[in-house]
Design a protein around this ligand. Structure first.
Ligand code: SAM
Length: 377
């Protein structure tokens, strides 16, 4: 089956995630915001970088709509074509509504307002693609698909904001980015153990167990290990499948990533947001920047060296490392790519995303996250 996927705010990172999960030859970029994926199904709830997915249909849309099961229909249209026009999109929705009415069907349209595409909130709150007869037609150029769902923004917000142990100083990794790192590291594997050696409050550990991986978290700070434990107890308490005897396991211990021996269990994948340094409110002066980069490089190379003989050949690492905003608006990261070969790793490459594309930030952020994906030689 072929699916049309709407990519998130950082579409290149989303494409790398799709390449990791489905393999590069199953993914085709259609436009900056859209990709085609050939797969049996799309696990939308575990793709941090994909907003919406629609299954392409071969039959004419009128035939598809006419064959919907009995009952009231909720219908919306999102047209992602380059020259799509909100008014025309709405007129098309009205045309389908009138056609269905002539067939005696009861239809409620979801208004697209001033845009030719429905917002994620509109799609999600109207359960388009998620309930019988809640239909969203997704169009792009010659392609037409029927939505199978939209990212569950409510669930993400809850997992992010309702966690009991939070720490503004270590920052909060968005759960979507945690999923992206996990997908880049696990590359489609469905089981195994994920190590996060800088686990902080445990967002990656939380998303790991929700995705079915056992999680092994270590951190220099005992306080952070206690926070992770508290947060993981919280997510387990509200997720029945995590309470079963065969649920993913959790290992937590205090440890310095540059010398710790991960003995509790052998990690299969490493996904981590490494230490990003102090939060900043303005770009650092050049001399400070050099110092931050130097400190981060020492920490990262120390960690990679320590890890190298503790994991198997082929094991993948997806790391979010710091990159600092400069006065001209560009970001400058930690130059460790020259070192990784000597440390025993190869850099993983993607068809649609270069190393520079894997920079995750918001406009107002001074410290961005440069994603680096490595494979143990
Ligand atoms: C950016 S935070 C990670 C935040 C985490 N993703 C979360 O969900 O809260 C980085 C963490 O690295 C830890 N850290 C700093 N240096 C470390 C080291 N040498 N070894 C292990 N952990 C370290 C800090 O205590 C901090 O919790």
């Amino acid at each position: 089956m072929t699916f049309l996927l709407v990519l998130g705010r950082e579409p290149k990172i989303s494409l790398a995630e799709l390449e990791a999960v489905f393999s590069s030859n199953k993914v085709k970029q259609l436009s900056p915001q859209l990709a085609l994926v050939t797969a049996h199904s799309i696990p939308l709830e575990r793709l941090g970088g994909t907003i919406k997915a629609a299954q392409l249909i071969d039959e004419p849309i009128q035939d598809y709509l006419s064959n919907l099961p009995a009952g009231k229909i909720t219908l919306g249209i999102s047209d992602y074509s380059e020259h799509a026009n909100p008014r025309k999109t709405w007129e098309l929705a009205l045309k389908y509504k009138n056609m269905l009415k002539r067939h005696g069907r009861n239809v409620r349209l979801v208004p697209n307002g001033k845009s030719s595409v429905l917002t994620s909130a509109a799609s999600h709150h109207n359960q388009l693609g998620e309930k019988t007869n809640h239909i969203e037609i997704v169009k792009f150029s010659k392609y037409t698909g029927i939505s199978i769902g939209t990212q569950n923004i409510t669930a993400y917000a809850k997992r992010d904001q309702a966690r009991p142990a939070r720490d503004a100083f270590v920052g909060m990794l968005p759960p979507k980015l945690a999923q992206i790192l996990l997908n880049l590291a696990t590359a489609g594997a469905q089981t195994g153990t994920v190590l996060d050696p800088f686990c902080g409050t445990g967002v990656i550990l939380q998303e790991s167990v929700l995705m079915g991986y056992s999680a092994y978290g270590t951190d220099l700070s005992e306080k952070m290990i206690n926070y992770s434990q508290k947060n993981l107890d919280w997510i387990t308490g509200r997720t029945p499948r995590l309470q079963k005897t065969d649920a993913p396991k959790l290992f937590l211990e205090v440890g310095d990533a540059t010398n710790h021996q991960w003995k509790a269990t052998k990690p299969d994948f490493i996904a981590s947001e490494t230490y990003l340094g102090h939060p900043l409110s303005a770009p650092p002066a050049e001399i400070k920047l050099k110092q931050f980069q130097q400190d981060a490089k020492i920490l990262l190379t120390g960690f990679l060296k320590n890890l190298a003989n503790q994991i198997s050949s082929g094991a993948q690492l997806a790391l979010a490392t710091p990159a600092w905003k400069r006065p001209d608006g560009s970001y400058s990261g930690v130059n460790i790519l020259d070192e990784v070969d000597k440390l025993g790793y190869n850099t993983v490459k993607y068809r649609y995303a270069s190393y520079d594309d894997l920079l995750y930030y918001r406009e107002d952020q001074i410290v961005a996250r440069q994603i680096i994906v490595l494979r143990k030689k």
